[in-house]
Design a protein around this ligand. Structure first.
Ligand code: ARG
Length: 466
């Protein structure tokens, strides 16, 4: 285990047990960027000489693109985490009289939370990209299937005649809510800088934390040093959104599996997502959806793990917290995968028109509108007509509205109606466009943060002879 002042020379079995070095691969680049910004700030606030800052910056800049080189060190199992490994690398390369400055005015704790937030911003970007792609596929399919008749179910029973486009747009709108949530959480929770607060309750080094936050394209700082270093609210809040999203996606997956079941059979899952049985050659099992459903269940397990770890920890940093973070990356990975699968399925999904026609002609799926229309035209109360229609359906004498009429007659906003669906499609297109713009701004912040830090790094070295 790397322990000052021995620098990597002590080894004991604990290092293997407590080390986060493998998990830290996820945030290694972000830790380097954080340290770079810290060293630049140490120089700017007048605490370390330019030559020292420049040497450290150059070494870090080199490592940024070659993280794997650090991971190929023979003594990897001696380090508690990537922060220690990085420090040891700098000490080996530059000597302790230079590299030894990096410990000033910081702790691993303010650096690890900064790295988490930088990484989380990228995870949100990757999630949002995939959600938007899925929404685009849903909208495209809705446009192609604008008029296609479909059946809506409640309580698992055929309920009303509808449009397939309307069904698809219901999923699109749910996904839009989650993009909204993610963007809100980014702004209000994730993109706040804890950097520069130092160890548990602060530092005597005159670091300008706002300047650091600006460089990293965070919109503000989190103030209280204890809160900055010990809180994992950004993980819990992200975890709760991803858990909800996994529940929502599970419902979509369940519905697809059910609607494709030959006993209902009104949709056809694309061939490449189906596997056959090794014994029963007639089977077309919705294989990718079944695996997706199971993995979405694992997201909830990851969330329970995350909460279980964090709930035990009092104020201040405990090493337990190190074990919490990977659960969020796991949740995000599973969800991104499912989003990709669903995008592919929805871009190729087909409606079994014969089956829809058959069910619509056999089942009284226009009963609700028949009652409504009779009520509107006759002036008699809804319940009287409802009871009369129910009796006639039981006797087999009901004369129900044809499905085409029902689709033409629906008028309220958000209904499945031939008149209203174009408006719903164009609204979906404009909200998608708006969210793509927000995504572009997010991508810009990610890229700009890196270029700001690199530019500041060049400025530190600029006036020095090489
Ligand atoms: N690897 C640690 C984590 O991820 C970094 C902070 C360690 N701090 C400490 N005081 N041991 O949480």
């Amino acid at each position: 285990m790397y322990r000052l002042p021995l620098l990597g020379e002590t080894e004991n079995w604990l290092s293997r047990y407590i080390s986060s070095i493998e998990d830290d691969r996820e945030i290694a680049r972000h830790i380097v960027l954080t340290l770079l910004e810290h060293v630049i700030e140490l120089h700017r606030c007048g605490t370390i000489p330019r030559e020292v800052a420049c040497k450290i910056c150059r070494a870090l800049r080199e490592i940024y693109d070659k993280i794997e080189e650090l991971y190929s060190r023979q003594d990897l199992d001696r380090y508690e985490d990537f922060h220690e490994l990085l420090e040891k690398h700098l000490v080996d390369k530059l000597g302790i009289d230079v590299a030894g400055w990096i410990g000033l005015g910081r702790s691993r704790n303010d650096h690890v939370v900064t790295a988490h937030r930088l990484k989380l911003r990228e995870v949100f970007r990757d999630l949002i990209i995939r959600i938007l792609e899925l929404r685009r596929a849903l909208i495209d399919r809705a446009e192609q299937h604008r008029d296609k008749m479909f059946i809506a179910f409640t309580h698992g029973q055929p309920a009303q005649v509808t449009l397939f486009s309307h069904y698809l747009l219901s999923i699109e709108e749910m996904l839009q809510t989650y993009v909204n949530m993610l963007l809100q959480v980014l702004e209000k929770v994730v993109e706040k800088s804890p950097l520069g607060c130092g160890p548990a309750v602060g530092t005597t080094v005159p670091i300008d934390r706002y300047r650091e936050a600006r460089d990293l394209c965070f919109n503000d700082i989190c103030i209280n040093a204890l809160y900055c270093t010990e809180s994992r609210d950004y993980l819990l809040i992200t975890g709760s959104i991803l858990s909800s999203l996994s529940v929502e996606l599970s419902r979509v997956v369940n519905d697809l599996i059910r609607l494709a079941d030959p006993q209902i059979g009104i949709i056809v899952i694309p061939e490449e997502h189906c596997a056959t049985s090794s014994i029963m050659p007639h089977k077309r099992n919705p294989a990718t959806l079944e695996i997706a459903r199971a993995r979405l269940g694992r997201v909830l397990g990851e969330y329970v793990s995350l909460c279980s770890i964090i709930r035990c920890v009092g104020k201040g940093y405990y090493l337990d917290l190190q074990e919490a973070t990977p659960h969020v990356w796991n949740m995000a990975r599973i969800i991104m995968n499912v989003l990709e699968i669903l995008r592919d399925i929805f871009s190729k999904i087909r409606v079994n028109d014969d089956k829809v026609r058959k069910l619509v002609s056999e089942l009284p799926v226009t009963s609700a509108e028949t009652v409504e229309q009779t009520c509107l035209k006759s002036g008699r109360s809804f319940r009287e007509i409802y009871l009369e229609t129910a009796r006639k359906i039981r006797e087999g004498t009901a004369c129900l509205l044809p499905p085409e009429d029902v689709l033409a007659l629906r008028s309220s906003i958000g209904s499945a109606s031939l008149r209203g669906i174009d408006r719903q499609i164009s609204d979906a297109i404009s909200r998608l466009e708006k969210d793509y713009n927000a995504l572009r701004r997010l991508e810009e912040r990610i890229v700009t943060a890196v270029s700001n830090v690199f530019r500041a790094c060049d400025e530190v070295c600029e006036r020095l002879c090489t």
